[in-house]
Ligand binder design. Structure first.
Ligand code: ADP
Ligand code: MG
Length: 363
């Protein structure tokens, strides 16, 4: 992070760093859609990494750029969309943003697999669930015939589908919503990926089934040392699954922290607002709040804080200067992009600090 206030990265190059190379490192990712009338900066310079065996959460309201982030990682951005050449996504030591389509195909599934919100977008209605898992096994593991059938049944068992030997011959419409999502997870696992991206995998499910799918993902992660990017708009779900959390707003990461400090001491007013809007999170007597307004479409470069129009703590400079990620709180991994920080400085001093770190907010 070059535009970081109080950057401590130089002091963090300790001996453990190389041993725990991240499974995936996203650096300054910018994905733009060129439409007839405007350029939509759907993902606008975000950086985060997923260490091996960890679950990183990406949370924010609808339209904040979460799915575009996932699609950017998988090389699924199509015209009129484009990943800015200054972006980098490092996987297995290579910058995959420079990959050709055929190189991407070689890591999609095998290296990085994805589970979407709607299992029916992944499952083909005209083939049995078993045949679809076997297709993945044939493509990615070279397994065919009886060995593939046996492995497909094992995978269905692994994702908690009862009577797997019979269900492997059934069609998607014969499965309930929760069972379908389990089948999709089995398909993703058939490829033995290192990184699993889950984009709102439980949003379409009722809460009981949602909890079961989350438990399943966490079990599988522990067994397989998976690295998971878990995308959701739901702070309650994030609290259960994530080791570290990135809060996204209008194409930017506005706060990032390990899950405990994020929930105990949220620093960005947006995160504070998201937490006040979870049922059961407010102190007694408080009413459940919602954040007024909606996520703006980021159709101009950030020259101000994009949350300022909705922010209860905004002051004049917030609409004149784009804040940069700043160390906040006790945990060195806790950052927020907000002119209120560093908290120990006066507002004027903090604003000056952001100005010099962010080159006046102009990019
Ligand atoms: P989220 O997943 O957080 O709800 P998305 O990543 O789907 O949000 O979208 C982020 C922004 O990118 C939105 O403003 C959306 O309208 C825009 N966007 C996404 N896909 C396209 C596209 N194909 N063309 C133009 N704009 C798009
Ligand atoms: Mg989405």
């Amino acid at each position: 992070m070059s535009r970081h206030v109080n950057d401590e990265s130089s002091s963090r190059t300790d001996d453990t760093a190389s041993a725990r190379d991240p499974a995936l490192a996203v650096e300054n990712l910018r994905t733009v859609f060129h439409t007839e009338h405007e350029r939509i900066h759907a993902v606008d310079g975000i950086s985060f990494e997923i260490r091996r065996g960890e679950t990183v959460g990406l949370v924010g309201e609808s339209g904040s750029g979460k799915s575009v982030t996932a699609r950017s990682i998988l090389g699924l951005i199509e015209s009129p969309g484009e990943i800015d050449p200054s972006s980098s996504i490092r996987f297995d030591g290579e910058d995959i943003t420079e990959y050709s389509e055929s190189e991407y195909e070689s890591i999609r599934g095998d290296g990085i697999a994805m589970v979407f919100q709607d299992p029916l977008s992944t499952l083909n209605p005209v083939y049995t669930v078993g045949n679809q898992i076997k297709e993945a096994l044939s493509l990615h593991q070279g397994l065919r015939g009886a060995a593939a059938t046996e492995r497909a049944i094992e995978l269905l068992e692994e994702v908690g589908i009862p009577d797997a030997a019979r269900r492997v011959t059934e069609y998607p419409h014969q499965f309930s919503g929760g069972m379908r999502q389990r089948a999709v997870i089995a398909m993703a696992l058939a490829c033995a990926p290192e990184v699993l991206i889950c984009d709102e995998p439980t949003t379409a499910l009722d809460v009981t089934i949602q909890a079961q799918i989350i438990d399943l993902l966490l079990d599988l992660q522990a067994e397989r040392d998976l690295s998971i990017l878990f995308i959701t708009h739901d702070m309650g779900v994030i609290a259960e699954v994530a080791d570290r959390v990135n809060v996204m707003y209008a194409g930017e990461i506005v706060e990032s922290a390990p899950v405990e400090p994020l929930f105990a001491e949220p620093k960005h007013p947006y995160t504070q607002g998201l937490l006040r809007s979870i049922p059961g999170m407010q102190t007694s007597g408080d009413r459940l709040e919602t954040i007024e307004g909606e996520v703006p479409t980021p159709n101009e470069p950030a020259t101000s804080c994009r949350f300022a129009p909705r922010c209860p703590k905004a002051f004049d400079e917030c609409s004149q200067l784009a804040p940069v990620p700043t160390d906040v709180g006790d945990d060195p991994d806790h950052d927020a992009a907000c002119l209120l920080y560093p908290a120990e400085l006066s507002t004027d001093e903090a604003v000056t600090r952001h100005e010099s770190a962010g080159d006046g907010g102009k990019q």
